[in-house]
Structures are given as structure tokens and as C-alpha cells.
Design a protein around this ligand. Structure first.
Ligand code: C5P
Length: 286
């Protein structure tokens, strides 16, 4: 049906069901489609030449805007909490308070650094963040068809927007829902805005009553892209959902996590740094 689905990085629990969903989405056409995606390690690469690529948090953490002492503290948090995030033996209930603790501590440290808004663009330019291979086609294709691309990220909105902007693909159909920095009148970071978004509370239901939510109501077919089991709930709150196809990038701890990913995502992409599969699916259904 779609040749790229026979790539060695692709696994499916139920290929027949995937085929049915794709046929149904193709028949319904692009005017019924919305794409909901995670950002870090889903739209961006996990690794390049064997080296880990930074998340939107890491772009700041590793930058010259952060003191050496603070860098060490942030690294310590990462080393403590990231293994918990990807630990498949712990339940969501057990992990949730620990994830809130991680984000809260990291944001407090960042605020202490008095980061200046105007320095963010340079820090992103100098970083090693990379969108996945084939990103241009992905963003441009959705833009050409006026398909909304909703990015839900527990990362830092100001930073990830800048990554997309510098890649030249921040088209008007792209909407980002993330943690945004609050700068004072002289452009110095003083807090993070609104309610904290972490890996377990990002979902479309959070947009209820916003202007954007109304626009999405007529779009009953969802292509969902994620890299963690928390991303599976991103489409919760979509009204009159007809079809949802969930594509999961399995980047790390592949053997340990394969079965849980297969149980919950329709298509899993193991150590696949490209947008080849989402792009081929979009070409097929639109
Ligand atoms: O966009 P996404 O929801 O994937 O972004 C969250 C990711 O950022 C998490 O998977 C987590 O590993 C990472 N993170 C980080 N530093 C923090 C908090 C989260 O790198 N302080």
C-alpha cells in the first residue's frame, strides 16, 4: 500500500487496521485532517552521528546564557529524572509527581539566570538542534493543503518556535501549545507563563474554548506523532473523532520498550531519524 512501511525501522501491531484507517482518511480528504505532534525527539532528531541532539530545554541548558554552576545543577536534574521518564517499569501515577518536580526545579533554575529574550535566537542558531530529515516536505505539504499542525510540547515554546522559524517552516497553519517564558519590560526572564505543561498533561482538551479549538472541531481525522507514551493522549478532547492514526518514534531503550509501544501506537519507528513514514502517509491520504 505504502512501500516505505516495509522499511526495517517500521513495526505494526495490526497492519490490516492501519490499512483501514488510511483508506478511511484518504476517502475523507485533507479538509477533515489535523496533525497533532509532539516536538522534542519527534519533530527533532534524537541523535546525529551517534551524539544525542538537544531538546528545547537542553538548547538553553547547554548555552552560554547559563552559568557553569547552574549547568551542573540542570545536568544533575537530567541525570536524575530522564531515566525515570523512560522507565517502563514505573506507572504514570508514580512518574507524574516526579516529572512535575523536574520541570518545576528546572524552570526555577532558568529564571534565576536572568535570560534575555533577544539572546534566544543566537543560542538556537549555535545549538545542535536538528529537525528530522524530510521536515521541509512535512511542513510544506501540510501548509499547501491548509492542514492544521498542532504542536504540543512540554518543552519551551519560545525556543522551539525559534527552531522552526530558523528552519524556515513556521507557516501560518502551525500552532504551538507549550511552556512560554514571561519576560519583564526590559526583556529579562522573570517566570514561565500559565499552567505548567509536562509530558502527562498535554492534550487538545486543554485548548477548550480557545479560538483555535473551534477551528479544529470540524477536523475529525487525526494523524498523531509522538515519542513517549504520554503523547498518546494529545488528541483527547477532539470532538467527533472518526479516525486516529498514532505514529510513535521509539528512540531510546528500544528493546525494553518495544512491546508497550507496539501495544499503544499503530505504527512504531525504531531508531528512525527521518520523517519518511509520516511524509509517505500524508502523500497517500491527501
Ligand atoms: O516536546 P516534549 O513534550 O517531548 O518535551 C519534553 C521533553 O523534554 C521530555 O521528554 C524531557 O525528556 C525533556 N526535558 C528536558 N529538560 C527538562 C525537562 C524536560 O530535556 N528540564
Amino acid at each position: 500500500m505504502i512501500p516505505v512501511l516495509s522499511k526495517s525501522s517500521v513495526s505494526m501491531r495490526d497492519p490490516k487496521r492501519v490499512e483501514q484507517i488510511l483508506t478511511s482518511m484518504r476517502n475523507a480528504g485533507p479538509s477533515t485532517l489535523q496533525v497533532i505532534s509532539d516536538f522534542d525527539r519527534t519533530l527533532t532528531r534524537f541523535a546525529y552521528n551517534g551524539k544525542r541532539c538537544p531538546t528545547s530545554h537542553n538548547i538553553l541548558d547547554n548555552s552560554k546564557l547559563i552559568s557553569e554552576d547552574c549547568k551542573a545543577k540542570l545536568k544533575n536534574l537530567l541525570d536524575t529524572y530522564y531515566p525515570i521518564e523512560i522507565d517502563s517499569t514505573r506507572s504514570v501515577e508514580e512518574k507524574l509527581p516526579l516529572m512535575v518536580e523536574w520541570w518545576t526545579k528546572a524552570h526555577e533554575l532558568l529564571v534565576q539566570q536572568k535570560i534575555i529574550k533577544d539572546h534566544l535566537a543566537l543560542v538556537v542558531r549555535e545549538s545542535e538542534a536538528m529537525l528530522r530529515d524530510g521536515y521541509q516536505q512535512f511542513f510544506d505539504h501540510l501548509h499547501q493543503l491548509s492542514v492544521p499542525l498542532l504542536i504540543f510540547s512540554a518543552g519551551i515554546g519560545d525556543v522551539l518556535e525559534e527552531v522552526i522559524r530558523q528552519a524556515g517552516v513556521f507557516h501560518p497553519n502551525v500552532k504551538v501549545f507549550s511552556n512560554y517564558m514571561d519576560f519583564d519590560e526590559s526583556g529579562v526572564l522573570q517566570a514561565f507563563k500559565g499552567e505548567l505543561i509536562h509530558i502527562y498533561n498535554k492534550r487538545e482538551g486543554a485548548l477548550l474554548n480557545t479560538e483555535h479549538f473551534k477551528e479544529l472541531q470540524s477536523r475529525c481525522n487525526v494523524l498523531l506523532l509522538g515519542d513517549s507514551l504520554g503523547d498518546l493522549n494529545m488528541a483527547d478532547g477532539v470532538m467527533d473523532l472518526q479516525n486516529i492514526l498514532k505514529i510513535g518514534y521509539l528512540n531510546d531503550k528500544v528493546d525494553e520498550r518495544r512491546q508497550s509501544y507496539l501495544n499503544s501506537y499503530d505504527i512504531i519507528l525504531e531508531k528512525d531519524e527521518t520523517m519518511d513514514v509520516p511524509n509517505a502517509i500524508l502523500r497517500y491520504i491527501t
